[in-house]
Design a binder for this molecule. Structure first.
Ligand SMILES: NC(=O)c1ccc[n+]([C@@H]2O[C@H](COP(=O)([O-])OP(=O)(O)OC[C@H]3O[C@@H](n4cnc5c(N)ncnc54)[C@H](OP(=O)(O)O)[C@@H]3O)[C@@H](O)[C@H]2O)c1
Length: 376
C-alpha cells in the first residue's frame, strides 16, 4: 500500500495528546455515534467518572518543512467534561489524566500534551508530570504566540491600526491571558485587563507596565466595550461575552475551550468579527484518523506545540504550571515556524471566515457607528 506518509513502524519520534469531550453528546458521538445518540448529556457526564482513558487514533504524517523529519502520535481521550473536572476532587482528575499518560507511555509516546481543560485543572500539569516517566507540556506557550498573532492579523484585515488601538484581555490573570497581555502591551495604545479578582489583576497590571500601552484593569465585563480588539481566554465553563459587551467593529479572538463568546453574538451582531484563537496549519501529509471538529491538516496550537517538540527531538516539559513567560512563547513560536506550523485562516463558530464576511462586518460596523454618532 502506498501511504502519503512514512511507514509508521519506521517512525521513532513520537508524542501523545490528551483530548476530552467539551460538548458531551456531540463529542462522544465522534467516537461512538450510538452512545452519543442514546444517552442524555447528564448521563454522559455522570458515567464519565467510571470510564477509563480511551484510545482514539494514531496520528501520522506530521513532517517538518525544515528537515523532512516525520513524527507520529496518538490521541487519547480523558473521559471528563470541563464540568466534571470542576465537580470532582482535583486528585481524582489528576488520577485519570495520569492513567491517560500511562496509556501514552505504553503506546511508546516520548512526550505528552495536555489539551484544553486537562491543562487548566489544578496546577496546570505540574502534579501530573511528577507522576509520569515522560515529559508533559500544556502547549500554552504556542497557544499564546498564535493567539497574539491572530489578534494582530485580524486587526490588519479589519483595518484597525494596532499602534492606536485599544485592546482588552479577558481572563488576563490566567496562565495564557497574563502573557498575551504582556505581549499586546508592546503593540497597542491602551490595554484593558479583565479578570475575576482585583488583587491578581493588579499583579498582571504591574507586569504589563513600562511598555507602550496605558494599562487599565477591572472585574467588570462592560469595560471591554471600549476595546477595538478583545482577546478572551478565561477558564469559565459558561460564556462570558454577550452581544451588549462589544462595540461596532470590534474583533474578538476567543481562545477559550469551552468558548467565552456566546453564540448569540454570532446571531445578533453582524458588525463584530469573532474568530477562534489557536488554529494552526500542520506541516506534512498529516492524517489524524479522528475528527475533532477542525478541517483537515489543522490543529489547535497546543497540539502543535507537542508535535513541534517531538519534531525537534526536544523531549522536555516545555510549558508547565501557571507561570509562563513572553520568552517561552517567542521561542516556541520560532521553533514551530521553522518546522512549518503557521496560523491558519480564521474560523468563527465552526465556519471559515471569508473575505466577503470581513467586508460585510466592516460595512455593518461603519453604518452602526454612524447611527450611534447621530444618536449621541
Ligand atoms: N485554543 C487552544 O489551543 C487552547 C490551549 C490551551 C488552553 N485553552 C483554553 O484556554 C483557557 C484558559 O486556559 P489557562 O491555562 O490560561 O487557564 P487559567 O490559568 O486557569 O486561567 C483562566 C483565567 O480566567 C479567569 N476567569 C475565569 N472566569 C472568568 C470570568 N468569568 N471573567 C474573567 N476571568 C475569568 C480565571 O480567574 P480565577 O483564577 O480568579 O478563577 C483565570 O485567571 C481554557 O478555556 C483552556 O481550555 C485553549
Amino acid at each position: 500500500m502506498n501511504l502519503p506518509y512514512a511507514d509508521p513502524a519506521s517512525v521513532s519520534d513520537t508524542f501523545a495528546f490528551i483530548i476530552h469531550p467539551i460538548d458531551p453528546k456531540r463529542d462522544v458521538s465522534r467516537k461512538w455515534p450510538i452512545v452519543g445518540k442514546v444517552l442524555t448529556e447528564g448521563q454522559v457526564n455522570f458515567l464519565s467518572a467510571y470510564f477509563p482513558p480511551v484510545y482514539c487514533s494514531e496520528i501520522n504524517g506530521v513532517r517538518s518543512d525544515a528537515t523532512g523529519h516525520e513524527v507520529k502520535g496518538w490521541f487519547i481521550a480523558c473521559p471528563f467534561t470541563p464540568q466534571r473536572m470542576l465537580q470532582l476532587p482535583v486528585n481524582a482528575v489528576y488520577d485519570k489524566i495520569v492513567a491517560c499518560g500511562r496509556k501514552a507511555q505504553k503506546l511508546g509516546a516520548k512526550i505528552m500534551g495536555l489539551g484544553a481543560y486537562t491543562s487548566v485543572v489544578g496546577d496546570a500539569g505540574l502534579s501530573i508530570a511528577e507522576r509520569l516517566d515522560l515529559p508533559v507540556t500544556t502547549g500554552d506557550s504556542y497557544t499564546i504566540a498564535i493567539a497574539v498573532e491572530a489578534v494582530r492579523k485580524a486587526a490588519e484585515v479589519m483595518g484597525i491600526p494596532l499602534a492606536g488601538a485599544t485592546a482588552a484581555v479577558v481572563g488576563a490573570t490566567g496562565a495564557i491571558g497574563s502573557v498575551c497581555a504582556q505581549m499586546l502591551a508592546d503593540d497597542v495604545a491602551e490595554l484593558i485587563l479583565v479578570g475575576k479578582r482585583a488583587d491578581t489583576l493588579e499583579e498582571v497590571r504591574e507586569k504589563c507596565e513600562g511598555h507602550q500601552a496605558v494599562i487599565r484593569a477591572g472585574t467588570d465585563m462592560s469595560l471591554i466595550y471600549e476595546a477595538d480588539l478583545v482577546l478572551t481566554v478565561t477558564s469559565a465553563i459558561n460564556t462570558v461575552i454577550e452581544p451588549e459587551h462589544l462595540k461596532p467593529g470590534a474583533v474578538v479572538c476567543d481562545v477559550a475551550r469551552p468558548r467565552d463568546v456566546s453564540k448569540i453574538v454570532a446571531e445578533r451582531r453582524d458588525d463584530v468579527l469573532v474568530i477562534e484563537g489557536g488554529m494552526v496549519e500542520v506541516p506534512g501529509p498529516v492524517d489524524f484518523h479522528f475528527d475533532f471538529g477542525f478541517p483537515p491538516h489543522k490543529a489547535f496550537a497546543c497540539m502543535a506545540e507537542t508535535m513541534a517538540l517531538a519534531l525537534e527531538g526536544r523531549y522536555e516539559s516545555y510549558s508547565l504550571g501557571k507561570e509562563l513567560t513572553v520568552e517561552q512563547a517567542r521561542k516556541i513560536g520560532a521553533i514551530c515556524a521553522r518546522h512549518g506550523f503557521k496560523l491558519s485562516g480564521f474560523r468563527s463558530f465552526e465556519h471559515a471566515v471569508t473575505e466577503e464576511h470581513i467586508a460585510h462586518v466592516r460595512e455593518r460596523a461603519q453604518a452602526n457607528l454612524k447611527r450611534q454618532l447621530v444618536r449621541d
